[in-house]
Structure formats: C-alpha cells, structure tokens
Design a protein around this ligand. Structure first.
Ligand SMILES: NC(=O)c1ccc[n+]([C@@H]2O[C@H](COP(=O)([O-])OP(=O)(O)OC[C@H]3O[C@@H](n4cnc5c(N)ncnc54)[C@H](O)[C@@H]3O)[C@@H](O)[C@H]2O)c1
Length: 265
C-alpha cells in the first residue's frame, strides 16, 4: 500500500477508524472522513500520534450531502496526486420496528447508507478515470443484507442494495481497470456494538460457527486484500466476513442431526 492514496468515509470510530489505521501502517496516505468534525480531527491526530507519522488527514463532512462528498474527495485527490482506493464505510445502524418506522427514518438511513455510498463511489471513480488510476472501490455491506434481522428492515434493505451496487458498478467500471467489491461483516466488536450490548462478544460468539465474533482486524484484512495487487481479478463480489454465521438456517431444537457447537470446526 506504500504510495497509495486512500479515502475512507465514516472513520471517526469503529471499523472505519481501524481501516484508516491498517492502510496507514502499510504506508498509504489516508483521508479520514467523518460527519462529526471533532471526531474526525481527534481520530486523525490519535492515529498519527500512535503511528509516529503524518499520513492520516482529517476530511470532515456528511456523505449524504453529495456536493460535500464530491468536494472532499476531489480536494484530497488533487492534494495527494490521484486516488487509488476509496472505502465507502460510513453507515448508520438503526433498530426500528417496521410498524413504527417513519418516513424521516427511511429518508435519513437511505440518504446516508445508499445515496452516500453511491455518490462516494461515483466521485471516486470519476477521479480515478481522470487520473488514469486502476483504482479499487470497496463498499461496506453487511450480513443483514443477506439474512433478515428483526427491527432492521430499512438498514438491511440498504445493505442488500449495496451488494448489488458493487456488482452493477463493477460491470461498468471494469473497462477502466477499476474494481468494485463489497465486504459484508458479521457481528463485529466495536465501541458502538459493545456499548449497545455489554454481552455482545459472548452472545454472538455462541451462535457463530467459528465460536468468535469479528474483531475489526478481520474486516481490515479483507479490505487490504481487496485493495492489493493479488485481488486484481476479483470484481463485483460480496466478501462475507462472518465466521460462517450466514451459512445456517434455523432448525427445530429437537432435530437429531444438529451438531454441537464444537463440531462446526
Ligand atoms: N459493527 C458491525 O458489527 C457491522 C456489521 C456489519 C456491517 N457494518 C457496517 O460497517 C460500517 C462501519 O460500522 P461501525 O460499526 O464501525 O459504525 P459506527 O456506527 O461505529 O461508526 C460509524 C461512523 O460513521 C460516522 N458517520 C455517520 N454518518 C455519517 C455520514 N453521513 N457521513 C460521514 N460519516 C458518518 C459516525 O459519526 C461514526 O463515526 C457501516 O457501514 C456498518 O453498516 C458494521
């Protein structure tokens, strides 16, 4: 990743923050975007201090504001000499029962997760094409785009659409030597998921075939791979990183052939 120029959205905390760290450690110049300006500045400073470098740059802005995300990505690409990788990671996760969902909930979640991701990718692709870059576009989908989950209808629909977005864009951008792929993390331990559920790690570990939740490094490893030369022929895919959670469907509890958890391995 040395010399790579990488823009990552929604990176003030959680998976996005870990992605910035992972690419910076590899020597990349990284733009750290977040809608919360103080969070973006603090996160960039924390990473530069921890890593003893000055390669992480705060680019605060709301990705749902198309003009704003366009200006941010173009400014970073101009300053850094052309964009190699964009990771559309920003997303809002809201548990809302279907019967209680309001149009405002729908519009905000779709604006950030879907429209924001789409125009982040479009702006990056235009910049890569203008600069002749064989770029990489990575979109954050989710396992709940593959398996229905209670009280998650709006969020899950956006994540399912993002997987199709990766395939659709891949088809159009391949001739420009740009690949587009999605990553679908399963349950991932972050400050947010731990705050929402103090029992998150133990609870999820008990229903995942590998017997463990994702750590953020499991997701960053997938992104580093998709951005690497080794992945140049992987295009339009949805890489599921979930320890196998999406593999199984519910079975009756008394079914004679249900394996014990340790048998999964
Ligand atoms: N954590 C998980 O278990 C998990 C699982 C599957 C998928 N994902 C996906 O991975 C991505 C990151 O998840 P996370 O858990 O680290 O998220 P998070 O909620 O912990 O952090 C998201 C960050 O994005 C920022 N953000 C929110 N709206 C924004 C906007 N409009 N513009 C720019 N920044 C904005 C927030 O301020 C926050 O810092 C999301 O797309 C999420 O849907 C997460």
């Amino acid at each position: 990743m040395a010399q790579q120029v990488v823009f990552i959205t929604g990176a003030g905390q959680g998976i996005g923050y870990a992605l910035c760290r992972a690419f910076a450690v590899q020597g990349a110049q990284v733009a750290l975007n977040d809608s919360d300006p103080s969070k973006a500045e603090a996160a960039a400073t924390a990473l530069n201090t921890e890593l003893g470098m000055n390669q992480v740059h705060a680019y605060p802005g709301d990705i749902a504001e198309t003009d704003s995300i366009r200006a941010l990505i173009n400014r970073f690409a101009d300053q850094a000499g052309g964009l190699d990788v964009v990771i559309a990671n920003a997303g809002i996760t809201r548990y809302i029962p279907f019967l209680e969902s309001e149009p405002a909930d729908f519009d905000r979640i779709v604006s950030v997760n879907l429209r924001g991701t789409y125009f982040t990718a479009q702006t990056a692709a235009r910049s890569m094409i203008a600069d002749g870059k064989a770029g990489r576009i990575i979109l954050l989908s989710s396992v709940v785009g593959l398996r229905a989950f209670p009280n998650f209808s709006i969020y899950s629909m956006t994540k399912a659409a993002i997987a199709m977005m990766a395939s659709s864009l891949a088809l159009e951008l391949g001739r420009h030597h740009i690949t587009v792929n999605a990553i679908s993390p399963g349950a991932t331990l972050t400050e947010r998921t731990l705050r929402e559920d103090p029992n998150y790690e133990a609870g999820w570990s008990s229903v995942i075939p590998t017997g463990r939740v994702n750590y953020v490094e499991d997701v960053t490893a997938a992104a580093l791979f998709l951005a690497s030369p080794a992945a140049r022929q992987i295009n339009g895919q949805n890489l599921v990183v979930d320890g196998g959670w999406t593999l199984a469907s519910p079975l009756p509890p008394e079914h004679p052939h249900i394996p014990e958890k340790q048998d999964y391995a």
